[in-house]
Design a protein around this ligand. Structure first.
Ligand code: UDP
Ligand code: MN
Length: 261
């Protein structure tokens, strides 16, 4: 069974691929028994793909605009949806019975293989609007049929926030009310805002966190790292917890950076 379950992430360029490398190493450090997969587009260089293949079991190229696929042609007129569309590709990994999608800006702090006991679509509430799920971490069932249905939906309905989260929350519209077992605890997707929006809870529960999600325009790789002190120097107002950033940078410096040329 474990052979047919996978963690899946995505990079459309070499910068986000750095996030994937840290994430992949964090999954290995947490001793996952599942496969780990990264989806890449043509924006990811060959040398970066080689780096990714050292960490991931599968580096799967996905094509944004494949002229042989008539449904993709419609996307030519909807460039705003290209990123949304790319994430949807994860549903096409039908060699797996179940998968967990993780954004490239997430970091796994401890083993989360129990997520495979959940059903599609399981996700944590979004801190900004908790009746929506955050689409940075979700459990799903790969299916070509679901992919086509999601694609059709994306093309006809679009997305209320311009991204995959707005689209997926309308497609899986009963998530908020129907089945509490599809609500993952917040500790599986702790977004950076939690740090300043509810500091006492953050302080109380931070040791329980299993997955950190560095949402927003500033990503872990944008911060500065002082190599002599071994400490990250957080940019002001990113809202990121220094403690979690330090964990991201430790993996980057110990396991990712030495292999880069
Ligand atoms: N992504 C990517 N290239 C981009 C933007 C996004 O590969 O230029 C992928 C990546 O996996 C990323 C995910 O799409 O983690 C969602 O975007 P992001 O994490 O930046 O959104 P946020 O979580 O900040 O809303
Ligand atoms: Mn993200």
């Amino acid at each position: 069974r474990e052979e047919r379950e996978a963690f899946v992430t995505l990079a459309t360029n070499d910068t986000y691929a750095l996030g994937c490398l840290v994430l992949g190493n964090s999954l290995q450090q947490a001793s996952t028994t599942r496969k780990i997969v990264v989806l890449v587009t043509t924006g990811v260089s060959n040398s970066m793909r080689n780096q990714l293949s050292r960490v991931f079991d599968l580096v799967q190229e996905v094509n944004l605009l494949d002229s042989r696929d008539s449904s993709n042609l419609q996307l030519l007129g909807r460039p705003d949806l290209s990123c949304t569309f790319t994430k949807l590709h994860c549903w096409r990994l039908t060699q797996f019975d179940k998968a967990v999608f993780l954004d490239a800006d997430t970091l796994v702090l401890r083993n989360v293989d129990e997520l495979f006991d959940r059903e599609e679509l399981s996700a944590s509430p979004d801190a900004g609007w908790p009746d929506c799920f955050n689409s940075g971490v979700f459990v799903y069932k790969p299916s070509e049929e679901t992919y086509q249905s999601l694609l059709h939906f994306a093309l006809t309905q679009g997305s209320f926030d311009g991204g995959d989260q707005g689209m997926l929350n309308i497609y899986f519209r009963d998530w908020a009310t129907k089945d509490i077992s599809k609500h993952l605890p917040f500790i599986y997707n702790v977004v950076s805002q939690a740090f300043y929006s509810y500091l006492p809870a953050f302080t109380q529960f931070k040791n329980d966190v299993k997955i950190v999600h560095f949402i927003g325009a500033t990503k872990p790789w944008h911060h500065t790292y002082n190599t002599s002190s071994g400490k990250v120097i957080p940019l002001p107002e990113s809202g990121h917890s220094e403690e979690f950033l330090q964990m991201w940078w430790k993996i980057f410096m110990d396991l990712v950076q030495p292999a880069l040329d």
